[in-house]
Design a binder for this molecule. Structure first.
Ligand SMILES: [Zn+2]
Length: 64
């Protein structure tokens, strides 16, 4: 699992929400809770399968 730089992460977040015409919120890939732009304690990670997800740092800890 690779962590992505903060600045890059929020740029990515914005581009995803802009493209998201259905208005579907971005949620934590682990607990499923909605994530808001600029929120503290958020990480953007790339899983082994190559999927990029937003997650809470606390959730990563719980996840292992
Ligand atoms: Zn979470």
């Amino acid at each position: 699992m690779a962590l992505i730089e903060k600045k890059q992460m929020w740029t990515r977040f914005r581009s995803i929400t802009n493209k998201n015409l259905s208005g579907k919120p971005i949620c934590c890939g682990i607990c499923g809770q909605e994530i808001s732009y600029g929120e503290d304690g958020i990480e953007y990670v790339k899983t082994k399968r190559g999927t990029e997800i937003f997650v809470h740092r606390d959730c990563i800890k719980k996840w292992g």
